[in-house]
Design a protein around this ligand. Structure first.
Ligand SMILES: [Zn+2]
Ligand SMILES: [Zn+2]
Ligand SMILES: [Zn+2]
Length: 326
């Protein structure tokens, strides 16, 4: 499952629109992509619109999300009118008896000492609050008196109730509709997943120059490459390079990077599992900027050559030194 996600991501990284979009995160222009609200049309993402065109925004973001590139956070839910599809919708709080939205809202107050409860207006005498039952003044909230919730009165039918029902009103076509008929859509904000951030920085600064270098060295290069193992399963490597006449020598390379100090042993284990099945002639792991002690030991055990490099120049130079000479 994870593997297909990664394949999808690598495919997407080659897409120009994706590259433009991701570069905005990588260069710091966007940290979190938030939707912009317009009362008529609802939410939109102008930055994405500028890249992919007005009608493709949703599909574009969905595709990237499914491949695990951005993570998203529920930002808002937007309500559309079921009749005209406008987002210019308001909420009406209505009387549960006659459905009128001409209701008045008051706070309920309880006089702690005598237990009398009524709406706030009935306690008000000028600036003071006076209990209508025992005529004492209420001074301190939560000591003399407490707020006991809300109380609504319908101006239409005169009935009182504590919880109104909400309905929606379309300001565009004047349709009244309820929760049941409302079109409700989730709206997300997007930020770049750490994994994708690492992959893209790696992909753009490393895979392309490594490919070129290997081709100059006379290799045939595939990237990403899918090699069939003894088990019949296909395994993906960041780069596979082939050389030689007749039975070609196969070299596989994986890249791993860490934004902290060192790459853990995980990519070594992952690479070992693949080469155990595929049996290439050489296997390299390029670790940016370095690898943990544990990772180093394991790589030795598994005959994986580790290249530690801070950047592409170092990586290429080190690979040049380690590549088998003919
Ligand atoms: Zn009513
Ligand atoms: Zn009282
Ligand atoms: Zn409408």
């Amino acid at each position: 499952m994870l593997k297909t996600e990664k394949v999808e991501r690598l495919e997407l990284y080659k897409d120009r629109n994706t590259q433009v979009f991701l570069s905005k995160f990588l260069n710091g222009e966007i940290t979190e992509l938030e939707p912009v609200y317009d009362p008529k049309v609802g939410y939109s993402y102008p930055i994405v619109q500028a890249i992919v065109g007005d009608s493709n925004v949703e599909a574009f973001l969905e595709k990237l999300y499914e491949a695990g590139i951005p993570e998203r956070r529920l930002y808002d839910k937007i309500i559309y009118c079921p009749k005209c599809n406008s987002a210019n919708v308001s909420i009406h709080y209505c009387c549960p008896y006659c459905k009128s939205f001409e209701i008045e809202r008051s706070a309920l107050i309880e006089h702690v000492k005598c237990g009398y409860m009524d709406v706030e207006e009935n306690f008000k005498k000028g600036k003071q609050l006076i209990c209508p039952k025992c005529h004492e003044e209420l001074k301190r909230l939560d000591i003399d008196y407490r707020k006991a919730g809300m109380w609504c009165t319908c101006k239409e039918c005169g009935k009182s109730f504590d919880i109104p029902v909400s309905t929606h009103f379309c300001r565009n076509c004047h349709e009244n509709f309820t929760f049941e008929n409302a079109i409700i859509k989730d709206v997300y904000s997007y930020s770049l997943k750490q994994e994708a951030r690492e992959e893209t920085s790696l992909g753009w600064v490393l895979v392309a120059p490594l490919r070129e270098f290997l081709m100059e060295e006379g290799y045939q290069v595939e990237s990403p490459a899918f090699l069939k193992g003894k088990s019949g399963a296909n395994h993906m490597f960041d780069i596979a390079a082939y050389k030689g006449q007749g039975k070609q020598k196969v070299t596989v390379i994986d890249l791993a990077s860490s934004t902290e100090n060192t790459v853990s042993e995980q990519p070594v284990i992952a690479l070992f599992a693949k080469i155990f099945d595929v049996s290439p002639d050489h296997a390299y792991l390029i670790a940016i900027p370095g690898i943990s002690e544990n990772g180093k030991k394991m790589a030795e055990l598994y005959s994986i050559q580790v290249i530690e490099a801070k950047n592409q120049k170092e990586a290429i130079k080190a690979l040049k030194d380690k590549l088998p000479k003919k």
